[in-house]
Design a binder for this molecule. Structure first.
Ligand SMILES: Cc1cc2nc3c(=O)[nH]c(=O)nc-3n(C[C@H](O)[C@H](O)[C@H](O)COP(=O)(O)OP(=O)(O)OC[C@H]3O[C@@H](n4cnc5c(N)ncnc54)[C@H](O)[C@@H]3O)c2cc1C
Ligand code: FES
Ligand code: FES
Length: 1366
């Protein structure tokens, strides 16, 4: 008999998860919901990515005792404290549906729309959508037609705005979400497995997995509802969790003996601040503020609205929106609407749902958090009520912010927003007076989930008189620009008050604001932030005074005849910052030409396992339940680039009680070796011995009973360094050159030069000499961080589960490290939550450290790196410095190029010696006439850089475009015509690439180049862009077409196929499923190859195939999953196995056919088993020398729009044509193309990889490392997967898709440069002296500050000056 679940008692912690009741008699109050779900339940769909990524989102249902109804909203389970969900019901993705009870239509549609690749983000995405569907049903909109929800397309897209995905590029996810919307046009949805092109609407609807909101409501049992109809509070003593219900009770608690005795107390509402300020110490008691009515209600009177401080931001938004719906006319309510709109850009829905208004303001007040809310409230003259000791105080927001940081015992009770009305004279509103309000925020992402560089809110009371527009009063608040807290620009306000707006006045105000809004020392992009303040003020004043249009139409000094209605309207539309209209994605076109030659190879089948990924049942390494006695590890990393490590201590000396051991180099067995990773060029040590050689070097592994304790201990470790007598570290490539610190590149890997550079230069009409480009790094940002679990086995063996792209190498490293034979080690990898090259070498030290600790302690040990540590040790893309000299004719034909490249490889070789050849493979994409180069791989005191998707190729391809652009600018030619002049002919291609160029028919680039021009209407859009730029001052557009040639290498791969008694098939391959669809292609190939037996029942053979996890003892020589070609090699390996099996079965099949007329697959296999035919086959595919290398081609056209005031770039449209040969699975390949492009977009436009002066990575999470989100991808994203027909030497005529499309994202960078060029030309036309040269370097990434800097930090002033001087 099963033991009864523990009872929590009358006042114990009770909640439900997916309909199951949990009673938790005791728990550490700092435990998060995620920790509980993942470690104490069977529900593993909540994934840990990083606070703010959305991987952990669940739906929380809660009985609202006021409204007497159940509320449902999403929360991030990684931030929600378990005690705070007492009485709630939690739904996670497996609760919506699963493989046993049937999948939810959300899971089915995510699968059918190909919206899941590695799957790590998918359950969180599904929950965000589910919540949006559930809430749409609560609206009073008309019932949607059967199969659909009341949700709108816009809401569907916004539902996932805060969830990160590193694989898909978002477009398919958006389609899956939109497929539920009542107003969706199914024609707008992309490729899917439900319907065929040309199906009628009715057929399409009938094929979509049916959705009925009533079948899928949120679970909240009546029992729980009954229990919680009246507030039921936790036993505060037992849980150290206090829930006062009155302010007096709260006050008493805060001043109780416990506090006085120095116990640490924490006030808590949503606990989301923990996403930003990671706690390193524990609290003795928590005080939950949500049960005190004063803190949770909204009160309204004639003077304004009072919001309780514990109200969530979402509730505040809802209230403000409802309020302004009631009274649309009032300008005061327009203020409320705008505040609500701005609040919607804070964080993401699942954060806003639990993040409180008060929590935000306290963070702003006490910790100087760059709050948006403080700025908004400051502008509208809000006040706050606070409890300081025994005193209730009501103070203005300004004073609240200015006061010294509030004592932890003080409480923010409520916030009052006044109703605003135009100025009254003798109690009546002046007829001629209007209230205008606008808010601004410049952030890397338009829809939020990114802190702003600066935010602002402006309130003005204006009136019209015969001289123009009079500013009666004005309030200008600015925040988040590197100040302690939001401030009012008082000097500017004073200056503007009482003035009639004119160009001169505006000019003066702008000057003043730049003097007022100044960041504190040490703030990044300080000048940029000040220029934003000027830009926003200009935009605001311009929006109601139309200075711009008035001026361009004749420059009156005073603005006569402007109606206030017009002013208000234009203020509402806020014309300048609205780049290119709506933020919504437009319908995208995907053209896939599938081939039936090798059916089912070529079919766009959904990715194998997508549904279980969506429901969260797919098992990743950290989902494997911890074995009994399991310990957890966290690394202590060096913060110094070169230093002796003298010792480690902890803040709580000698070491925290929870720490079981500290494993370091001293623990490596005598017969073992200090080795952490290895590849073809050498190995890397696991731990620093007595010398740490880069910031991030692993010094030790802290092992504790829980991952949380291990992480906390590692964070509090103090390393004693000594640098005396050591040479200074090498931190730059220049220092490496000075000290001749290089890695060797084996001669066979060093690329070949082409032609005679001196001769080419002699033929040139013009030369550019020694121009320089610098490129930085990029972090992988796989959603699943590095993880491993090591379990000691009998007879000195070690089993290691690792999330790795090359288990075979980890296997060898572990054996060497432990000093045991390789057959004593077994590494298992089932699936990886995103790799992108970062889980090749960099996963090995994690696996090795786990194994070493497990070996030493004789207990299982697991590691799941926190994001910060992962970012510090991951290495990432290679930074480099490039110097080039190029010669060219006056018509743009380049005659010679020389490059000097210094690659910063970091401390060990890793894969760096392949960088020169990878780079040159991409650089050769144009016919340079002659090409010479000197590439040095520099050894520096940085973490070793590793392969990141398209390593070297993406930099190489970019460099070529930068050079082409430089030449075009030099000659004042259209860039596209310079590209045309230098694009390869087949002859020049052969000269540059030799045998890799294949047959002339395989050279598809020229046709792709034309095709993408046609499909994107390139020529027409160039004309339109020019027209746009002529008629817009503050927004400029650019369009660019870019080709790629990518050299690929096919590597050997093993395969193993076995047929079981029931005819089902089990397959093992060397390649790892990273989300790239390798297993799906393998299944298709197995089905195709075995169907050569030609018996009945092979049509659906693909359903019978199961690919199983990589097991290094079962299949040896697995190699690396890298370089985009592992899918095709693995497919070929299993095809060889199948050929053997078909041959073995042929005689039996003939015999049975003769006897029975026809043979069924199942019967054939059963007979084969009885007749002892060997139904298992092994192979090792080794490509022959003539087919190891090949070229792949593609081209993209991108169009962007740049906001000159902020530097924001939006991608309006991208069109890609990409050659996939005969794609094995066009849906999978399309996903790879889109996903790679968006990752490239991150590199070129968004992802700033910053280190401190010691080389220690300082971007350490979603807060400061911005990967693309749904609102930063091309608004229209058209992709054509070209079927270029039969390729004799390619595996079933297919070509790779994983990496090359990433290079195409350079088109966005080039288009941005084109737009900036237009801005600079305009600046020149205004007579500016500096910053107008059309030859300029646009850094990578071209972030907002970078773009703005090039467009001019003082554009507004120059513009106004021009007007004044005309
Ligand atoms: C991913 C993410 C993105 C974000 N983006 C933005 C953004 O773009 N702009 C922006 O402005 N904000 C942003 N935030 C901040 C967010 O608004 C705050 O985290 C949130 O409002 C804090 O509320 P909470 O209830 O979770 O506070 P908690 O985390 O519970 O508390 C925060 C702090 O305030 C104290 N506290 C809470 N309430 C009170 C009270 N009433 N009186 C006294 N002390 C109190 C707590 O003790 C704690 O020290 C973001 C947050 C996250 C996690
Ligand atoms: S894991 Fe919770 S938001 Fe990322
Ligand atoms: S599928 Fe979204 S992160 Fe991999």
């Amino acid at each position: 008999m099963e033991a009864a679940p523990p009872s929590a008692g009358e006042d114990g912690l009770i909640f439900e998860v997916n309909g199951e009741r949990f009673e938790v008699p005791e728990v550490d109050p700092s435990t998060t919901l995620l920790e509980f779900l993942r470690s104490r339940t069977r529900f593993k769909s909540v994934k840990l990515g990083c606070g703010g990524c959305g991987a952990c989102v669940v739906l929380l249902s809660k009985y609202n005792t006021e409204l007497k109804q159940v509320e449902n909203f999403t929360v991030s389970s990684c931030l929600t404290l378990l005690c705070s969900i007492n009485g709630c019901s939690i739904t996670s993705s497996e609760g919506l549906g699963n493989s046993k009870d049937g999948f939810h239509p959300i899971h089915q549609r995510f699968t059918g729309f190909h919206a899941s690749q590695c799957g790590f983000c998918t359950p969180g995405m599904c929950m965000s959508l589910f919540s949006a569907l559930a809430n749409a049903e609560k609206t009073n909109r008309p019932q949607a037609s059967p199969g659909f929800s009341r949700l709108t397309v816009s809401e569907a897209e916004k539902a996932i705005a805060g969830n990160l995905c590193r694989c898909t590029g978002y477009r398919p996810i958006a389609d899956a979400c939109k497929s539920f919307a009542a107003d969706v046009d199914l024609e707008d949805l992309g490729i899917n497995s439900f319907w065929r092109k040309g199906d009628s609407k009715e057929v399409k609807v009938s094929k979509l997995p049916f959705y009925n909101p009533k079948d899928h409501s949120c679970s909240y049992t009546e029992k729980l509802e009954d229990e919680y109809k009246s507030t039921r509070l936790l036993n505060s003593q037992k849980y150290s969790w206090y829930s006062p219900v009155t302010v007096d009770e709260l006050r008493n608690l805060l001043h109780s003996d416990m506090v006085e005795n120095g116990k640490r107390t924490k006030l808590v509402v949503g606990n989301t601040a923990n996403g930003y300020y990671k706690e390193t110490e524990k609290y003795d008691k928590y005080i939950d503020l949500r049960y005190i009515p004063e803190l949770s209600v909204v009160k309204e009177d004639n003077s304004g609205i009072e919001f309780g401080a514990a109200l969530s931001i979402s509730k505040v938004i809802l209230y403000l929106k409802e309020k302004s719906k009631v009274n649309l006319r009032s300008s005061g309510d327009m203020v409320l609407t705008k505040i609500a709109d701005h609040l919607e850009k804070i964080a993401s829905g699942f954060i806003r749902n639990s993040a409180s208004l008060g929590g935000n303001l306290i963070m702003a007040q006490r910790n100087y958090f760059p709050s948006d809310i403080a700025t908004l409230l400051l502008a509208v003259g809000s006040s706050v009520s606070i409890l300081t000791g025994h005193k209730h105080e009501k103070i203005m927001m300004e004073e609240f912010l200015r006061r010294p940081p509030l004592d932890p015992k003080n409480v923010l009770l409520s916030v009052q927003i006044p109703f605003l009305e135009p100025i009254r004279i003798n109690g009546t509103v002046q007829t001629n007076s209007r209230l205008l309000f606008e808010t601004y925020r410049a952030a890397p992402r338009p829809l939020g989930n990114a802190l702003p560089y600066l935010n602002a809110a402006f309130l003005a009371d204006i009136s019209c008189n015969k001289n123009g527009i009079l500013v009666n009063s004005i309030q200008l608040a600015f925040g988040a620009y590197g100040t302690k807290h939001a401030t009012r620009a008082k000097k500017v306000e004073e200056y503007l008050t009482g003035k009639i707006l004119s160009v001169g006045i505006l000019n003066e105000a702008i000057k003043l604001v730049k003097g007022d809004v100044v960041s504190e020392e040490g703030t990044s992009h300080a000048a940029y932030r000040s220029s934003l303040a000027a830009g926003f003020l200009f935009e605001f004043l311009n929006s109601f005074s139309s200075v711009g249009s008035a001026i361009s139409g004749g420059l009156p000094e005073n603005l006569n005849g402007l109606s206030l209605d017009g002013a208000a309207k234009s203020n509402n539309e806020s014309e300048i910052s609205q780049i290119g209209g709506s933020l919504l994605l437009s319908s995208a076109k995907q053209v896939v030409e599938s081939s039936k030659d090798y059916h089912p190879v070529g079919a766009p089948m959904p990715k194998f396992g997508a549904a279980i990924q969506a429901s969260g049942e797919a098992v990743y390494v950290d989902d494997i339940p911890s074995p009994p006695n399991c310990l957890h590890g966290a690394f202590i990393c060096s913060t110094k680039p070169l230093a002796r490590v003298k010792g480690i201590t902890f803040k709580s000396h000698p070491q925290p009680a929870e720490v079981a051991a500290v494993i370091s180099v001293k623990d490596i067995p005598r017969e073992g070796e200090n080795i952490g990773s290895m590849a073809m060029f050498g190995s890397e040590p696991l731990f620093a011995d007595d010398l740490a050689r880069f910031a991030g070097d692993l010094i030790a592994l802290v092992v504790a009973e829980t991952q949380k304790n291990a992480n906390l201990a590692a964070k509090t470790a103090i390393v004693d360094y000594d640098t005396e007598g050591l040479d200074p570290p090498i931190l730059t490539v220049e220092e490496a050159v000075e000290r001749s610190s290089f890695f060797d590149v084996p001669p066979f890997l060093y690329p070949q030069e082409v032609g005679d550079f001196s001769k080419g230069m002699a033929e040139a009409d013009y030369k550019i000499l020694s121009a320089e480009i610098r490129l930085g790094s990029q972090y992988y940002f796989y959603m699943e961080t590095q993880t491993a679990l090591a379990i000691p086995d009998e007879d000195n063996c070690m089993v290691v589960y690792s999330s790795i792209q090359c288990p075979e190498f980890a296997h060898r490293v572990i054996a060497k490290c432990l000093g045991i034979p390789e057959h004593n080690v077994r590494v298992l990898t089932r699936r990886v939550g995103g790799g992108f090259g970062g889980k090749a070498l960099k996963a090995m030290p994690v696996a090795a450290a786990c194994a070493l600790a497990a070996h030493k302690l004789r207990r299982p040990v697991r590691i799941y790196l926190d994001r910060k540590t992962d970012m510090i040790i991951a290495g990432g893309r290679h930074p480099m410095k490039i110097t080039y000299s190029v010669g060219f004719k006056s018509d743009g034909k380049i005659t010679a190029l020389h490059l000097d490249i210094l690659i910063n490889a970091g401390i060990t070789t890793d894969i760096s010696p392949i960088m020169p050849s990878n780079m040159m493979g991409a650089i050769k994409k144009y016919d340079w006439g002659a090409l010479s180069f000197d590439v040095k791989v520099c050894k520096t005191n940085h973490s070793s850089k590793s392969a990141m998707r398209a390593p070297g190729e993406v930099q190489g391809s970019f460099i070529t475009e930068a050079i082409i652009e430089h030449v075009a600018s030099f000659l004042s030619m259209e860039v596209d015509s310079v590209r045309n002049k230098n694009i390869h002919t087949y002859e020049s291609l052969k000269l540059f690439y030799g045998s890799a160029s294949g047959e002339p028919v395989e050279f598809t680039l020229p046709s792709i180049w034309d095709k993408v021009a046609r499909s994107s209407s390139f020529d027409e859009r160039i004309t339109m862009t020019k027209q746009f730029n002529r008629s817009n001052i503050w927004r400029k557009r650019g369009i660019s077409r870019v080709p790629i040639v990518h050299e690929l290498y096919v590597r050997p791969a093993p395969g193993k196929v076995g047929i079981l008694w029931d005819g089902s098939i089990v397959v093992e391959v060397g390649g790892i499923e990273l989300g790239q669809g390798l297993w799906t292609k393998v299944k298709q190939v197995v089905a195709y190859a075995l169907s050569a037996i030609h018996c009945d029942g092979t049509e659906d053979l693909v359903e019978k195939v199961r690919v199983v996890q990589a097991d290094t003892l079962s299949l040896v020589q697995g190699g690396f999953t890298a370089g985009s070609t592992t899918s095709e090699s693995s497919c070929e390996a299993v095809r060889l196995c199948c050929n053997v099996l078909v041959e073995r079965l042929a005689t039996l099949k003939e015999k049975l056919q003769e006897e029975m007329g026809s043979v069924k697959w199942d019967a054939l296999i059963l007979q084969a088993h009885y007749q002892n035919i060997n139904l298992a086959a092994n192979s090792f595919f080794v490509p022959d020398s003539s087919s190891t290398k090949y070229l792949n081609y593609g081209a993209a056209v991108s169009e962007v729009e740049v906001n000159i005031l902020t530097g924001e770039t939006r991608i309006l449209r991208t069109d890609i044509v990409y050659d996939c040969g005969q794609s094995m699975n066009p849906a999978v390949d399309l996903g790879q193309i889109e996903g790679a492009f968006v990752q490239g977009l991150g590199f070129f436009m968004l992802e700033e990889y910053l280190t401190n002066s010691d080389g220690l990575v300082v971007v350490d999470g979603t807060w400061n490392y911005k990967i693309p989100t749904i609102d930063t991808i091309p608004r229209q994203f058209n992709v054509e997967v070209l079927n270029s027909g039969h390729h004799q030497k390619r595996v079933l005529s297919s070509k790779a898709s994983g990496e090359p499309p990433l290079l195409l994202a350079a088109s966005v960078h080039c288009a941005t440069r084109a737009a900036i060029k237009e801005a600079r030309k305009q600046l020149k036309s205004w007579g500016a002296a500096d910053g107008t040269d059309t030859v300029f370097q646009l850094d990578v990434p071209a972030t907002m500050p970078v773009v703005k800097q090039l467009c001019g930090l003082d554009t507004v002033e120059i513009y106004l000056q021009t007007l004044l001087s005309t």
